[in-house]
Design a protein around this ligand. Sequence first.
Ligand code: NAD
Length: 500
Amino acid sequence: MDGARDWQAYAAGLKPDGRAWIGGQRVPPGPGGVFDCISPIDGRKIAEISRGQATDIDQAVVGARRAFAEGRWANRSPRERKQVLLRLAELVRIHADELAALETLDMGKPVALSRAVDVMSAAQCLAWYGEALDKRYDEIAPTPRTALALVTREPIGVVGAIVPWNYPLLMTSWKVAPALAAGNSVVLKPSEKAALTALRLAELACEAGLPEHVFNVVPGLGPEAGQALALHPDVDCLAFTGSTRTGKQIVQFAGQSNLKRVYTELGGKSPFLVLDDADVEAAARACAGAIFFNQGESCNAPSRAVVHARVLEDFTARVAELAQSYQPGDPWTRGTVMGAVVDRIQLDTVLRYIAAGRQEGARLVTGGARVREDTGGFYVQPTVFGAVRSDMTIAREEIFGPVLSILPATDVAHAVALANDTPYGLAASVWSRDLDRALTVARALRAGTVHVNSYDEDDITVPFGGYKDSGTGRDKSLHAFDKYTELKTTWIRLPAGIAP
Ligand code: NAD
């Protein structure tokens, strides 16, 4: 696809289906009825989404359990499971235009990025776990000669997954690909703000040959469908991505029900340290690119730039200038780099934080306003605040919008202290031309990923997750298999020597 009008016309011809996918088919809305799905691009209704209730979740979990108990998927040979995941990855690529258009309609990011980043990364993730699954070996423990101890990993059973709206298809794939690769059944609750691509992925999975009931998607609201999944007594593991506030509730739900394993991938307030010997031009480019990417709705967005006093003025001026090239535009148009924030609630939240920044005495360097209001959609200017103190609301709380706070630091120790002065610990970055210095600082930063002279360069081969309030789990890489498998020891007694 190419060109603005093509994409818009193409999207207008789609008929998004918001019904749940349970047991290998679309099911009509249950007792909860439906709710409207509104596009943030122009505020128009694009679909009706089933409002899943505890009964719908239970139906999906019962089916998923049966499929697991009967070994419909778990007992297939690794090679067969691999073929299905590879076929699914290929189907995602074949349907890339459709998935990209659905993603953009649903959550407002530029369609070119939906296609090139979200859809292609999801396909790559599915293929990578498909390729990985038949190359993993188990262990034999170094026991005395009178025993043989096998330490094996088995699928955990029924995996519940709850995902957010900022990368709906990609976050779904980060959960579903390793969970399915390990042989589990999955019940996924997508965000009520962006459920369309996860539902379509489940359809494609069936087309790829995944048995019925192995991958189910039940849309609905968090406190209804989400809570029912987290409280369900027959879910063995809950993989959650979302806000820290909800993550803390999810952990409690596990305690209140069956002590299911819970893995949380939560919010962030990631620091971006620019030391006095940094390549300021490159740092400013990377910072602007990462904070304004995806409308600032990235868990690992570098929302706090901690900048050495000697390069503060230069860095601030460069970032402010770069912000001009990230002005929001029509998500269907080629060349648009920033689209709409996900909905009116998020728009209001971002504007409230901007107001708080001004009120508490930060200096608004650029941006700060809603734009493109005449479209009926929800667009915010790329915004930069200077002179931010660590105790200000905009330095402490996750805004989840295109808002950068710049905190001045007097020296390296001060920069590290400011960087770690947060309840979060998802990602961080340090910029210095002296690699020894950069690595020393990187070691001192309490974050799941620390970038050195880079930001958000990423690969499926490395784990992604946080320290502290940013969560307990890790998505991506071979480490993700740990979440979706049980560790079993099989101890076999052996004779001490050869019998006469
Ligand atoms: P959210 O916590 O509001 O919702 C996330 C999911 O949880 C949604 O599906 C929602 O319906 C569900 N939910 C809400 N309340 C629930 C409840 N009481 N019980 C069960 N489920 C419930 O978060 P959001 O606004 O959708 O997403 C943004 C957040 O996600 C940000 O904090 C962002 O940093 C975080 N995030 C983290 C990562 C990561 O990998 N660490 C990745 C993407 C987004």
